[in-house]
Design a protein around this ligand. Structure first.
Ligand SMILES: [Zn+2]
Length: 442
C-alpha cells in the first residue's frame, strides 16, 4: 500500500485550538513533514563521545554550525539560516561528576531502493545498555526501520507499516521495541521498555522509506555503555540542557538565568523529573534569531519549526529546548518534540530539539511547565500512556505495564497537564542517550 504523508499521525506535541481540545492527534491532512534537510556531521570519529560532552564548558560554544562540515556535505543544507548567538552561554560546572555513557558512533551511507534498504548489520557489545539508530533523509518522506532482529529476539517486525494496528499513527504498537515512522529524521532506541531484551552480538536492520524512494540516507548507530564494564543502568541520571531564546515573553539568554518566573518553571520541571531520579546538570543559555518568536509553519523541510530546530550549536550531549511565543499550523501548539526519541547525538537537523510556546493561549490554562516536561520526555523516548483514539481506530497504549490508560494525572497523558511518572517511565528516561550518570563501580 502506498502511503503519503498527508494522513493522521501521532504528534509528539500538545496541541490546542483548531482541533478543539488539547491532544496529540490532529485531523487527517494536517500531518506533514516537520523535518528539513540536514547537515551531516562528520561523526565517524566519535567526536560526539564522552570526552566531548565533558569538555563542553563555558565559552567554547561553537558558532551554530549545524552539525559540522567535516565531510563537505553540509554546506548547502544549512537550514538554520541564523546561527545561535553565543554571547551568553552559561553553564554550571559539571564538577567532578564523570559522564558515564560512552557513545560509539558508526555513521554510514545507506542506499534505499524502491522504499527498502538491504540488510545492515552491526555488532552490539556485551555491556551495551542501549542502542540508538538514527536515519537521516529528506522530508517529507517518512523513514523508519522496516525490521530489526537480534541474536535473541525480533525487535521490529518486517512489514509492520502495512500490518501493525498502530500503523495509522505510523507507530509499530506490536513491535517488541516500539518505533515511530516520521518524516526526514528517524530515531529509535532499544530498549524502550523494561522487558525488551537487548541481546549483544550481531544485529540486523533494514530501513524503509514511505512513500517508497530510491536514495541514499545517512545512518548513525550509537551504543550507551558504562565506563565500568558490567554496570547496570543507575537509578539516577543527569540531563544537560541547551536553552534557546527568541525574545519570547521578553526572555533572553541574558535575562532568563535570573528571571524568577522562568527559573520557577525550570524548578517545576525538575520536581517532576526528580520523581524518577533525574536532575538537571549543565544548563546553557543562548539567543536565536527573533524571527522564530512565532512559529507559523511546522510541516515541511522549509518550515519555521525545522529551521528553528536546526539552529542548535554542536553540543549533542545536551537536549535543546527552544522558547518561542507561539507555534501555530492548523492549531495552536503548546509544545513540540522533534521525535520520540529525538535524533540521538545529532544537532543541526530539523528535528533536533523541543519547542515550547510561552505566550498564553486564549481559553486554556498555563500549561507551560508540564508541557516542557512532557515534550522533553518525548524527546527522551517516552510515548503517551495511551494515544488519542480516532473513531474507528484501535486503542493504542504504551508498552509499559505500570502506566495508567484513560484520563490520568500522568505526565505522558496525551492531553498533557499531568505531573506523575511511573518507575518504568523512569527507566526509559534514564536509558535515554541524553541522560548521563555518575561514574560508578561495576
Ligand atoms: Zn505528547
Amino acid at each position: 500500500m502506498r502511503r503519503g504523508v498527508a494522513r493522521a499521525g501521532l504528534w509528539a506535541a500538545v496541541v490546542a485550538g483548531a482541533t478543539g481540545v488539547p491532544g496529540a492527534v490532529v485531523a487527517p491532512g494536517a500531518l506533514g513533514a516537520v523535518v528539513a534537510t540536514v547537515a551531516f556531521g562528520g561523526c565517524a570519529d566519535e567526536r560526539h563521545g564522552a570526552e566531548d560532552a565533558r569538555d563542553a564548558t563555558v565559552g567554547d560554544a561553537t558558532n551554530g554550525d549545524v552539525g559540522g562540515d567535516d565531510d563537505g556535505s553540509a554546506d548547502d543544507t544549512d537550514v538554520g539560516g541564523e546561527t545561535a548567538s553565543d554571547s551568553a552561554h552559561e553553564a554550571e560546572a559539571v564538577g567532578s561528576e564523570a559522564t558515564w555513557i560512552e557513545l560509539r558512533v558508526d555513521a554510514r551511507e545507506v542506499a534505499i531502493v524502491g522504499g527498502r534498504s538491504a540488510a545492515l548489520t552491526f555488532e552490539v557489545p556485551p555491556d551495551a545498555l542501549a542502542v540508538s539508530i538514527v536515519v537521516v533523509g529528506v522530508a517529507p518522506t517518512l523513514y523508519a526501520l522496516d525490521s530489526w532482529t537480534t541474536p535473541a529476539a525480533t525487535l521490529v517486525d518486517a512489514g509492520w507499516l502495512d500490518t501493525d494496528p498502530g500503523a495509522f499513527l505510523q507507530l509499530c504498537a506490536g513491535c517488541a521495541n516500539r518505533i515511530w515512522a516520521i518524516p526526514g529524521v528517524f530515531s529509535a532506541v532499544a530498549p524502550n521498555a523494561p522487558d525488551v531484551l537487548l541481546a549483544p552480538g550481531t544485529h540486523t536492520v533494514t530501513l524503509l522509506s514511505d512513500p517508497p524512494t530510491s536514495e541514499t540516507v545517512r545512518v548513525w548507530v550509537h551504543f550507551k555503555r558504562p565506563v565500568a564494564s558490567g554496570a547496570s543502568l543507575p537509578a539516577a541520571g543527569t540531563l544537560d540542557l541547551d536553552l534557546y531564546f527568541t525574545g519570547a515573553q521578553g526572555l533572553s539568554a541574558a535575562t532568563a538565568p535570573s528571571d524568577p518566573a522562568f527559573q520557577a518553571r525550570l524548578a517545576a520541571v525538575a520536581a517532576i523529573y526528580a520523581e524518577v531520579g533525574l536532575v538537571f546538570g549543565r544548563v546553557a543559555y543562548a539567543d536565536v534569531d527573533p524571527r522564530f518568536r512565532d512559529i507559523e509553519s511546522i510541516n515541511g523541510a522549509d518550515s519555521d519549526l525545522a529551521a528553528l530546530f536546526a539552529t542548535g550549536r554542536d553540543d549533542p550531549a545536551a537536549a535543546n529546548l527552544y522558547f518561542v511565543d507561539s507555534i501555530f499550523e492548523g492549531g495552536n501548539f503548546f509544545g513540540f518534540s522533534g521525535g520520540i526519541p529525538g535524533p540521538t547525538a545529532l544537532d543541526g537537523t530539523g528535528r533536533s530539539g523541543v519547542a515550547i510556546a510561552l505566550a498564553p493561549i486564549p481559553g486554556f490554562p498555563d500549561m507551560v511547565n508540564t508541557t516542557i516536561a512532557h515534550e522533553l520526555a518525548h524527546f527522551l523516548g517516552l510515548y503517551h500512556t495511551s494515544e488519542a483514539r480516532p473513531v474507528g481506530k484501535p486503542q493504542i497504549d504504551d508498552a509499559l505495564s505500570d502506566t495508567p490508560s484513560g484520563p490520568s494525572t500522568n505526565l505522558m497523558h496525551f492531553m498533557g497537564g499531568g505531573e506523575t511518572l511511573t518507575p518504568m517511565q523512569g527507566v526509559v528516561m534514564r536509558t535515554s542517550f541524553w541522560t548521563r550518570h555518575p561514574l560508578e563501580a561495576p
